[in-house]
Design a protein around this ligand. Structure first.
Ligand code: 5GP
Ligand code: ZN
Length: 140
């Protein structure tokens, strides 16, 4: 548990949270400032800042919970879809430094955007640039 971490305090029960699911290593609770009714956050119980800090087995459990909740949240709110995402790092908009997955119920015509609206489009890369980036990510 990290001091001064609001999500650690919710996980420990020190401050109340509207818990909607819990597993050995993950907890899901309602966002206090929801983008839509039912906006849910899924977090590892341990304090990890970034997704890449989470050990693989705990990450698998985290995403199992996301998988189950994607349907449960959509059904409970009678939503048409769900936006699921992580602001992974400050430059991506992460404000709470305890990694978390957002599940935001979406409704036909709700005026929200898609993942493609969060970043200005980059200029179209050439085939060579795409090949080079793919090779770098693979670690060739
Ligand atoms: P981030 O920008 O870090 O990806 O998202 C942080 C989220 O945490 C925001 O959606 C914000 O509304 C939510 N949040 C901030 N403080 C609290 C809190 O005290 N309780 C709960 N349940 N959610 C919070
Ligand atoms: Zn924490």
């Amino acid at each position: 548990m990290a001091e001064d971490c609001i999500f650690c305090s919710i996980v420990s029960g020190e401050i109340p949270g509207r818990i909607v699911a819990e597993t050995d290593h993950a907890v899901a609770f309602l966002d206090a400032n929801p983008l839509a009714p039912g906006h849910t956050l899924v977090v590892p119980k341990q304090h990890y800042g970034r997704l890449s800090d989470v050990p693989g087995d705990e990450a698998a459990e985290l995403f199992d919970a996301v998988h189950e909740l994607s349907a449960a949240v959509e059904d409970a709110l009678d939503a048409d879809a769900v936006s699921i995402g992580i602001n992974d790092g400050e430059a991506a908009g992460q404000e709470i430094p305890h990694t978390h997955v957002h599940l935001v119920p979406r409704f036909d015509g709700d005026g929200g955007g898609s993942f493609h609206t969060i970043s200005p489009a980059s200029e179209s890369p050439t085939d060579e640039e795409l090949d080079e980036i793919a090779a770098t990510i693979r670690g060739d």
